[in-house]
Design a protein around this ligand. Structure first.
Ligand code: 7TS
Length: 414
């Protein structure tokens, strides 16, 4: 696998769209307008082809055979780990653990580091705008350990109250767990500042990067997180694979999680010794094709350029926000100054589910509901929102189609 790729010189969205076979298809007889990228992204043929090639030419189990294919699969699997390490600028490949996704990465930390290090009276800080994946594992841990979960509040515009956060830090706070970006509101949190404040307080920080990695350059050494979790499928890679980055000293001191093959050095009925990092946390046959496909996806976004993607998506966000604001009775929920291209909205007099159903008839895929962030809905006193989330292949024309679709929704309910 190549190391660093020169980004494309200019952002050519039409050429990028040609990389994604699914974007050519129709949905309900209309051109597909896919605006549900926060849920999952579509896959470029570079990723699809890589997975096909793996199964056609390289498939074997890793880390066990001395035969040719097993060696080949192992090299590709470990090269992928190296690619992920360079992609997020981790210090060492040992710091990259492959998981099923963000959810599993967070649960791994809660169940291993958390069980070992969190006790009665300790506190874990999360924020009011977390996805359920970054709430429930901590609730479970706190219930088991008699620890307290505390919630950093959010302002009306969707920004966390950072001064309040800094006041909440105290010696009992063992861990701060916050999202890099909010899937429900689009808010990008000032994680570098939040991490520095937590470290000054002696607390560790886990960043839920599910909505970070797809939208911006992530450098774990620069922002300084102790753990960073993300999913392959939200960054144009396959489902069923994700990453837990953890600082080596922390991972090293954590007990293993699942027991099984590959995570051991030796097993007898009397005593088992565990494997070195990162294998200690990768019990059983991993998602080899998924890991290789994930590296292909990261290579793909690198070839476009993370900064170019961020700039392009920002342009889309500004354009779509302005167009949506033209619609009478439409209210955008989440207007933080730093936002990813995620727009949640409610439409006066129309239930979000009806919005989703009518837009679907137009071939427009948006998500409606609570977005696995029910506390956010409660905070803004709404049952659900419609949500358009943009990716690197979306266009301003698609934002126009969305606006036209919403005008149809309004017609129906007039
Ligand atoms: N954290 C955030 C911020 C997310 O947006 C999601 C998924 C997760 C964690 C969980 O990721 P997973 O890959 O382990 O499932 N968000 C969404 C969404 O917005 N719509 O569907 C899934």
């Amino acid at each position: 696998m190549s190391a660093v790729i020169e980004p494309r010189v200019e952002y050519d969205v039409e050429s990028i769209r040609r990389d994604f076979p699914i974007l050519k298809r129709l949905a309900r007889g209309k051109h597909l307008v896919y605006l549900d990228n926060a849920a999952t992204t579509q896959k470029p043929r570079q990723v699809i082809d890589r997975i096909v090639r793996y199964y056609s030419e390289e498939n074997s189990n890793v880390h066990r055979g001395v035969h040719y294919l097993s060696e080949l699969a192992t090299v590709e699997y470990e090269n992928a780990r190296g690619y992920v390490q360079r992609f997020i600028n981790a210090r060492d490949v040992k710091e990259i653990v492959f998981t099923r996704g963000t959810t599993e990465s967070i649960n791994l930390v809660a169940q291993t580091w958390g069980r070992k290090n969190v006790g009665a009276g300790d506190e874990i800080l999360i924020s009011a705008i977390e996805h359920h994946s970054n709430i429930v594992p901590w609730q479970m841990l706190c219930a088991e350990k008699n620890a307290t979960l505390r919630i950093v509040p959010v302002a009306d515009n969707g920004e966390l109250l950072i001064d309040e956060y800094e006041r909440m830090l105290n010696p009992r706070v063992k861990l701060v767990a916050v999202g890099h970006g909010s899937n429900a509101l689009g808010t990008i949190n000032p994680i570098k500042r939040m991490i520095a404040a937590a470290h000054a307080n002696g607390s560790l920080v886990l960043i839920d990067g599910a909505q970070g990695v797809p939208h911006m350059r992530v450098d774990v050494q620069d922002h300084g997180s102790d753990f960073y979790a993300f999913s392959g499928h939200k960054v144009y890679g396959p489902t069923g694979v994700g990453v837990l980055y953890g600082r080596e000293a922390l991972l090293d001191a954590m007990p293993p999680w699942q027991g099984g093959g590959d995570m051991i050095l030796s097993v007898s009925f009397e005593k088992t010794t565990y494997n070195a990092l990162p294998y200690k946390f990768e019990a059983g046959t991993p998602n080899i094709a998924g890991v290789i496909g994930l590296a292909a996806a990261l290579e793909y976004v690198s070839s476009i350029g993370l900064d170019a993607i961020a700039a392009y998506e920002h342009e889309l966000l500004v354009y779509a926000t302005n167009r949506l604001r033209e619609i009478e009775g439409l209210r955008i929920i989440g207007t933080a100054r730093e936002k990813a291209a995620v727009i949640s909205f409610v439409l006066e007099g129309v239930h979000p589910h009806d919005i989703g159903t009518i837009l679907d008839q137009e071939g427009i895929a948006v998500r409606t509901g609570h977005h696995c962030a029910q506390p956010v809905m409660l905070r803004y006193n709404i049952p659900a929102t419609g949500r358009a989330s943009f990716g690197l292949y979306n266009t301003k024309e698609e934002a126009d189609v969305l606006v036209a679709g919403l005008r149809k929704v309004i017609e129906v309910f007039r």
